[in-house]
Write a protein of this length. Structure first.
Length: 280
């Protein structure tokens, strides 16, 4: 290949790298949506309101009943008196001393394992606990999980849309780069055709160029995604539990295959047309 197309090759590599980074971000979010949902489910508190005056033995029995319920994270079960709720609200929103009567109730809070956080299972737990003596109410939240999943999915597809735009841009740049290169190499190609060089022999340098560009672009994608993973894991303990390195490896592999498909496919199409035209 001609050496005077380096700026074009640089821009082609940059464009395909941007495509792969966007696709990588899309896949990272999309593949981790389930993990994010599970983390949210396990951190949403389920609250059981109990009577203000309740014997210690009854509280312990009720707490043990909750702990022994299938799917309950036993260490998450905690009894919180209404005075603690006032102190918490005061620390968050200022003094509540002007409130004559404490509006809160004593509660037992607990969390469920992600796979048990379903409407059916929560309904069964609710029916069981509401039959217990001293239980006043049962509260949980499910809409926020659905909203977060919906927003993550929407954001993922926005990134995918941007990636699709850059795919078109990168194909245009690759096409222009190869076209300029082929015109610069036209005399050399005609000479090879005259001496009987096969089509594969002529195409091979351009295929190698496409493969090299795919490797370079994938390398930068791996650096970017690996850097994001590493920073996230060391910066936040929750993300360490959330992120899965297998998804990272799978994403990088898919990005490499996509890069090969775009560059190799574009090179094959353009070279086929050029060689057909030049042989006429």
């Amino acid at each position: 290949m001609a050496s005077n197309n380096r700026p074009s090759t640089f821009y082609a590599t940059i464009s395909i790298t941007i495509v792969l980074i966007l696709v990588g971000l899309f896949m990272t979010l999309f593949l981790h949506t389930g993990n994010i949902s599970n983390i949210l489910k396990q951190n949403i508190n389920i609250l059981v309101e109990v009577q203000d005056v309740m014997p210690e033995s009854e509280l312990k029995r009720l707490s043990d009943l909750i702990k022994n319920t299938d799917g309950v994270i036993s260490e998450s079960v905690e009894y919180i008196e209404k005075e603690q709720a006032v102190q918490f609200m005061s620390s968050e929103f200022g003094s509540l001393s002007e409130v004559i009567e404490n509006p809160f109730k004593n509660i037992i809070k607990f969390n469920l394992k992600a796979e048990f956080y379903t409407e059916k299972n929560i309904k069964n737990i609710r029916e069981t606990l509401e039959m217990e003596k001293g239980v006043l109410g049962f509260y949980y939240e499910n809409e926020s999980i659905d909203l977060v999943k919906k927003n993550l999915t929407n954001f993922s597809f926005i990134i995918l849309g941007l990636a699709a735009i850059f795919v078109l841009l990168s194909i245009a740049i690759i096409y222009n780069t190869l076209r300029l290169t082929l015109y610069a190499d036209e005399r050399k190609i005609k000479t090879m055709q005259i001496v009987g060089a096969t089509g594969y022999f002529i195409r091979r340098p351009y295929y190698i160029w496409a493969i090299k560009m795919s490797f370079i672009a994938t390398f930068f994608v791996a650096l970017v995604l690996g850097g994001v993973y590493t920073y996230a894991v060391y910066d936040n303990a929750l993300l360490f539990e959330l992120l899965d390195v297998r998804f990272l490896l799978f994403t990088v592999l898919v990005c490499f295959l996509l890069a090969l498909f775009i560059t190799f496919g574009a090179a094959r199409t353009i070279l086929g047309r050029f060689l057909k035209f030049s042989s006429q």
